[in-house]
Design a protein around this ligand. Structure first.
Ligand code: HEM
Ligand SMILES: *[C@@H]1O[C@H](CO)[C@@H](O)[C@H](O)[C@H]1NC(C)=O
Ligand SMILES: *[C@@H]1O[C@H](CO)[C@@H](O)[C@H](O)[C@H]1NC(C)=O
Ligand SMILES: *[C@@H]1O[C@H](CO)[C@@H](O)[C@H](O)[C@H]1NC(C)=O
Ligand SMILES: *[C@@H]1O[C@H](CO)[C@@H](O)[C@H](O)[C@H]1NC(C)=O
Length: 324
């Protein structure tokens, strides 16, 4: 009701529907201003994915880190300056990579349509295309029209990104602060079916869970032993393991299948089994078709977090620095 009133009042003032829907992301935003934009992104991603098979995992995690800190505004792409430490150089940046790919796509787009396509949109499109190209099928729909922010602060990454040791309450709160639901939380966590994690981010579960040299009782003991053999000790910061063992190179619903066997890698994964509501969602998402459909919906919602549209922000010329 309130929303409807707002919409009518807003329309009376501005007369443009898109402005009044609280963010004017839409399909093919660059259809007129840069018709080849989406094709250029896709062609570039095709080249990069074949040289770098882990690119989908890298890009989707970067997109997530972008959206959770000041909204999807490309702030994760900005470099630190003499007077500011950027998100990129924060503690949770561990293993973020693929910045060079975004810069390369941006360069191609600037050559074709200077000043038109935002870095925030490039990251969103590139993420989708990396999945679509690598897994050889259409994935989720991406809306465009984001603009780029001008601020990137290291401390905000730490404050806004959920940590791997978060319990369910903390995860729920983190997602709620971005207007995402418990359903989104469980669905988006499913992308931990691809990619890797560093030992030091879960080794407390293996070696000294409560300070008594013990293991996390919610972790499958056989799996824990396997992880112990892979990680070199409690503070191994270099070894990585697949988050979805033996299946981390496929985009499927296997994350949920192993999660219910207590083989989720992080405490934040295991936490999804600790409430009835989230456990029910986990069980539903084991069905692969269901997971893919829901994942597309939740990605759309994540991709719309606090976006800058209309005349807010800017279109960066170079993704790593704000326009001067
Ligand atoms: C629910 C809260 C989440 C927590 C606590 C979390 C935490 C983590 C951690 C600690 C890692 C390992 C990083 C490393 O060791 O290098 C990781 C990896 C990853 N995360 Fe999440 N994550 C969460 C949600 C998400 C979401 C929403 C996405 C994307 C939609 C995502 C995508 C990924 C991907 C693809 C990787 C693998 C990266 C690689 O292989 O380099 N995560 N996550
Ligand atoms: C992460 O931050 C550290 C400094 O805290 C920096 O040395 C490192 O290069 C950053 N990593 C990436 C991928 O940006
Ligand atoms: C989750 O963690 C927070 C912060 O450590 C703590 O206050 C809270 O009691 C925990 N909640 C549950 C359900 O364990
Ligand atoms: C486990 O943690 C406790 C408390 O932090 C510490 O005193 C103990 O030395 C640790 N034990 C091992 C085996 O690391
Ligand atoms: C992965 O495959 C290897 C070799 O087949 C096997 O030894 C290992 O147990 C598997 N890992 C898991 C967690 O199932």
């Amino acid at each position: 009701m309130k929303m409807r009133f707002f919409l009518v009042a807003c329309l009376a003032v501005f007369g443009i529907l898109e402005v009044c829907q609280g963010g004017n992301l839409r399909k093919n935003f660059y259809g007129r201003s840069c018709p080849q934009a989406e094709q250029i992104v896709r062609t570039k991603i095709q080249q990069h994915v074949s040289a770098r098979p882990n690119l989908p995992a890298k890009l989707i995690r970067m997109h997530f880190h972008d959206c959770f800190v000041r909204g999807c505004d490309g702030s994760v792409l900005l470099d630190s300056t003499a007077t500011n430490t950027a998100e990129k150089d924060s503690i949770p940046n561990l293993s973020l990579s693929g910045f060079d790919v975004i810069d390369d796509i941006k360069e191609a787009l600037e050559a074709k349509c200077p000043g038109i396509v935002s870095c925030a949109d490039i990251l969103t499109l590139a993420t989708r295309d990396a999945f679509s190209v690598k897994f050889n099928k259409p994935v989720w729909e991406v809306l465009t029209g984001r603009r780029d922010g001008t601020v990137s602060i290291s401390g905000e990454a730490l404050a806004n990104l959920p940590a791997p040791f978060f319990n369910f309450t903390q995860l729920k709160q983190s997602f709620a602060s971005k207007k995402l639901t418990v359903h989104d939380l469980v669905v988006l966590s499913g992308v931990h079916t691809v990619g890797v994690g560093h030992c030091n981010l879960f080794s407390n579960r293996l070696f000294n869970f409560t300070g008594k040299g013990d293991q996390d009782p919610s972790l499958n003991p056989t799996y824990a032993n396997l992880l112990k053999r892979k990680c070199k000790g409690p503070s191994d910061t270099t070894t990585t393991v697949e988050m979805d063992p033996n299946s981390s190179d496929s985009f499927d619903s296997n994350y949920y299948a192993i999660l219910v066997q207590n083989k989720g890698l992080f405490q934040s994964d295991a936490a999804l089994l600790t409430t009835k509501v989230s456990r029910n969602i986990v069980n539903e998402l084991i069905k692969q078709d269901k997971f893919f459909t829901e994942f597309g919906q939740s990605m759309k919602r994540m991709g719309a977090i606090e976006v800058l549209t209309g005349s807010a922000g800017e279109i960066r010329r170079k993704c790593s620095v704000v326009n001067s």
